[in-house]
Design a protein around this ligand. Structure first.
Ligand SMILES: Nc1nc2c(ncn2[C@@H]2O[C@H](COP(=O)(O)OP(=O)(O)OP(=O)(O)O)[C@@H](O)[C@H]2O)c(=O)[nH]1
Ligand SMILES: [Mg+2]
Length: 330
């Protein structure tokens, strides 16, 4: 990442902005690398860049896609994205993987699994934003989404592996959240999935092909029975539970039809823009929190101070409250 970026130092900000506005993928890549950078100078430039990127493309659509490893996310996105570029749309795919030791593997996997899309001139694929804090990742991903939109991408797909916490990040940055599931994996019985199902605007049971069709239909029934037991969808949207086969490209068009219906409906009710506005404000507050944290932990000598307090707390010589107050009054 750094080596791509080093060339950035020769690039002036106005050129970068113009390149992004022209929809040039190389500039878009550089822009994203810039906003992901932790260097102070890059952060200063990023602030200037992002200030030029406000609300340029409100007609875009941001779709989150999640599901357990191996469910077929990459295969689905390849088929779905290629269908969209075939309709004349420009499609960006960003992936988010906060729990990231596996991101290198995923990137390699994505290159082969998104065989068509990765060669498509109207697609842009950008692997994993990672980082230590969820707030940091949300922020980077949001900025990457905005940059893609300004660069003229109509549909931005944010993909993540469904392992628990990642979905919450994605949910905060997208308009529509699609959950891929498998039949017969016991998913439908796991309590842990419930939270994710509550976030979903769409449930697609993938791999409904070959010998698996009957099980997929059974899973569909099971999920349909579960849905009414969940809290109502925030957008007052009846969450579709459908079958698809990413490999056989079955159910992909149908999914897009539903997504379009959702957009139409929520634009009419006002939820679409309301949700974006809420997400923006949430982002604002998250960023305040991470700034405060960053400022605190980068204070000189703070590490030593914290270690001392830890020792005192462990030895039960000081209350947590007093230790914290001490750090802030130091
Ligand atoms: N039969 C069948 N196999 C599929 C389908 N979609 C994906 N697969 C296969 O399932 C395996 C995993 O697919 P991926 O698209 O890599 O899954 P993923 O969810 O991106 O996996 P991770 O990136 O590891 O989380 C591959 O061998 C695919 O060929 C499908 O619709 N039907
Ligand atoms: Mg994948």
């Amino acid at each position: 990442m750094d080596s791509t970026y080093q060339r950035m130092s020769d690039l002036q900000l106005p050129d970068l902005i113009q390149g992004i506005l022209n929809g040039e993928r190389a500039f878009l890549s550089r822009g994203i690398t810039l906003v992901e950078s932790k260097k102070a100078e890059d952060q200063r430039l990023s602030a200037q860049l992002m200030d030029q990127m406000i609300q340029k493309k409100p007609e875009s659509l941001r779709i989150g896609i999640t599901g357990v490893p191996g469910v077929g996310k990459s295969t689905f996105i390849d088929a779905f994205g290629t269908m969209l570029t075939g309709m004349g749309k420009k499609v960006a795919v960003l992936s988010v993987d906060p729990s990231s030791n596996r991101s290198k593997g995923s990137i390699l996997g994505d290159k082969t699994r998104m065989e068509h899309l990765s060669k498509d001139p109207n697609a842009f694929i950008r692997p994993s934003a990672s980082g230590n804090s969820l707030g940091g990742i949300t922020s980077k991903t949001r900025e990457a989404i905005l940059l893609c939109e300004v660069a003229g991408f109509d549909v931005v797909i944010v993909a993540t592996v469904g392992v628990g916490q990642n979905e919450a990040v994605v949910k905060e940055v997208v308009d529509y959240f699609l959950l891929l599931m498998l039949a017969g994996s016991g998913d439908e019985l796991q309590g842990i999935k419930r939270g994710i199902m509550e976030m979903a605007d769409h449930i697609l049971i993938n791999k409904a092909d070959q010998g698996n069709v009957k099980a997929a239909k059974q899973a569909q029934k099971n999920y349909e029975n579960i849905m009414p037991l969940l809290p109502p969808n925030e957008a007052d949207w009846k969450v579709p539970v459908d079958l698809c086969s990413a490999i056989e490209k079955m159910g992909i068009e149908n999914a897009w039809e539903d997504i379009k219906k959702y957009k139409e409906k929520t634009c009419q009710t006002g939820w679409f823009m309301e949700n974006r506005k809420r997400q923006l404000l949430k982002w604002f507050h998250r960023r305040i929190q991470s700034k405060l944290e960053e400022n605190f932990y980068t204070r000189p000598d703070i590490k030593d101070e914290i270690r001392k307090k830890e020792a005192l707390i462990s030895a039960q010589k000081i209350s947590v409250r007093k230790a914290v107050d001490g750090l802030f009054n130091a």
